[in-house]
Write a protein that binds this ligand. Structure first.
Ligand code: ARG
Length: 555
């Protein structure tokens, strides 16, 4: 059990949750500390005074051995042997489930992520939504939620008429079969560069044919869709990403009318220059466009239908949309429209916005008209991982396999390490560094722990009543903090908390590894250190696996 939870419960004070309790960087003052600054507002007293008051009403026990109030902090010293014993026993018995929970039982979370656009490049811009969504999917499952992963395909719109037109004019079957998404994307790009009035008219006609159910047009469309999905699924497999539904925009073709009718009924639909809109001026937003003047529906119309469908189908507790912050307004608008329609569940829709990813050499800039395909970033990272590993240890067996795990991990970790809203510049050298705050560093630490355990060969028994030293206890506290970290990551939709946690734990383990002998220690110290090593390895693995990252046995 995390003692932060224990302390928070014992404090039993309004506004104090386990995550408010900090792990001070040095344990001299205390093993845990509650900063009282936030509480000053709630209680309208100074932090110093609050700390003093909390201290005087707190009784020490066999878990918390000492409390002190210093400069607005309430510091706790805990029974180190007790905590170590509890945590290591827990990890030993939970294994790969350590950190999991049942809090989500009976609740469903929908996660709309990665949402591919048919026939368009799957580029580095899709990295964050894919790995963020993928990680949230794993985190919520780990916490006992029922999770529905949804790929809201971009498969609706006039561009598919254009694509068919381009294919008919310039394409051929063999080439497209062979070139897959690259070939169809090239046709689409060519259409946009070369199409004349007549082709534009033909494209509109093809789109109409798709809509009216024409067989040939629909077969072609389905084929393009299949080629796109076959392509992305290979990438999903590598990144360990799963979906439960591929219901895309087209799926809602026949589900928009009821929403439009309801908007009318509720007097929310207004005419504006021939178009139908929902006025959002009172909320400081531009109007939400529902129907264009030619009667065509829009992205928002389909999202209104999709949210309604998801509520009816899955009865979600929350529905997350992992989409770039460029679409902030879109989500605010259609969430508001649902609220105005009286859907009380509109409050359960969450836009999980994230920042942009660009490459260090600026190759992503659309100015140069160059798109960086995600597939290429992955291959390059795996290739570079091979070189890095080979340089470090050329004797290693299964270097290819290890390079896969390390390279893929680096791509994922590179996108997940920072707070999600930050724009990031992706650098191959940085993400593949053994030294920095990287997955490679954590994986290497795991390999180190693994090798200690292999070398020892002994059966590990946790000695009773062992009093851990400072470095050992830092690792113990970090281990104890894992379950709460997972809960925080879910609550804040922030897998970066787990990524940072993994690095922090690895750093503490390494400090312990360097400062304390393990294999040459004796008696209880040796037993405890081996048990600690085993628990640290397990917990680092659990943390990385929630990000979708594997751990090689050796590196
Ligand atoms: N396909 C869209 C895009 O690339 C993202 C879709 C996100 N999901 C949603 N329900 N709007 O911009």
């Amino acid at each position: 059990m995390d003692y932060r939870e224990y302390i928070a419960k014992k404090l039993n004070t309004e506004g104090v949750t386990p995550s408010d309790i900090a792990l001070p960087p040095n344990s001299e003052m205390g093993d845990y500390a509650l900063p009282c600054f936030k509480l000053a507002k709630v209680f309208r007293k100074s932090p110093v005074q609050i700390a003093e008051e909390l201290k005087s009403s707190f009784t020490v026990d066999e878990v918390i051995s000492e409390v002190s109030a210093v400069n607005g902090y309430l510091n706790f010293k805990v029974n180190k042997a007790g905590l170590a014993n509890e945590v290591l026993t827990q990890i030993e018995s939970d294994g790969k489930d350590y950190g999991s929970s049942k809090v989500g039982n009976g609740k469903t979370v929908c996660i709309d992520y990665s949402s591919v656009n048919i026939a368009k490049p799957f580029h580095i811009g899709h990295l964050s939504t894919t790995v963020l969504g993928g990680s949230l999917y794993k985190i919520y499952k780990f916490l006992g939620y029922n999770v529905v992963g949804i790929n809201h395909l971009g498969d609706y719109g006039t561009q598919f008429g254009k694509l068919i037109c381009a294919y008919k004019k310039w394409g051929n079957k063999e080439e497209v079969e062979k070139g897959g998404i690259h070939a169809i994307n090239a046709l689409y790009v060519r259409f946009n560069e070369e199409a004349d009035e007549q082709m534009e008219a033909e494209a509109r006609e093809y789109f109409r044919l798709i809509e009216s159910g024409d067989k040939e047009a629909n077969d072609l469309f389905e084929w393009f869709k299949k080629l796109t999905l076959d392509y992305v699924q290979k990438i999903y497999k590598k990144l360990d990403i799963t979906f439960d539904s591929y219901a895309g925009e087209r799926f809602y073709s026949d589900k928009m009318q009821p929403v439009i009718d309801e908007l009318k009924e509720k007097n929310l639909l207004k005419e504006s220059e021939g178009a139908s809109i929902v006025d959002l001026e009172p909320y400081g937003m531009p109007p939400c466009l529902i129907l264009r003047s030619d009667g065509a529906t829009l992205y928002a119309t389909r999202d209104l239908a999709a949210a309604t469908y998801r509520k009816n189908t899955y009865d979600f507790y929350k529905c997350l949309y992992v989409v770039a912050y460029q679409q902030n307004l879109h989500f605010k608008q259609f969430f508001k429209v649902l609220e105005l329609m009286g859907k009380e569940w509109a409050k359960d829709l969450v836009h999980v916005a994230y920042g942009m990813v660009s490459l260090e050499d600026g190759a992503m800039s659309t100015r140069k008209g160059k798109v960086v395909w995600l597939e290429d970033v992955i291959s390059k990272c795996v290739e570079k991982a091979y070189a890095v590993i080979n340089e470090k240890n050329s004797e290693l067996e299964n270097k290819e396999e290890i390079a896969q795990t390390v390279g893929l991990g680096a791509v994922i970790f590179g996108a997940l390490y920072n707070n999600k809203i930050k724009d990031i510049v992706f650098s191959y050298d940085k993400v593949l560094s053994f030294e920095g705050e990287t997955s490679v560093y954590v994986q290497y630490t795991c390999a180190r722990a693994n090798s200690v355990l292999t070398k020892s060969g002994a059966k590990i028994t946790l000695p009773a009543g062992y009093e851990p030293n400072a470095q050992e206890f830092e690792v113990v506290k970090a281990l104890a903090a894992f379950p709460q970290t997972v809960l925080d990551a879910a609550e804040k939709y922030e897998p970066s908390l787990i990524a940072r946690y993994a690095v922090d734990l690895a750093q503490k383990y390494n400090k312990f590894y360097i400062d304390c002998k393990i294999l040459t220690a004796e008696g209880d110290a040796k037993d405890f250190r081996l048990a600690l090593t085993k628990s640290a390895l397990q917990t680092m693995k659990n943390a990385l696996s929630l990000l979708g990252i594997g751990v090689p046995e050796k590196m």
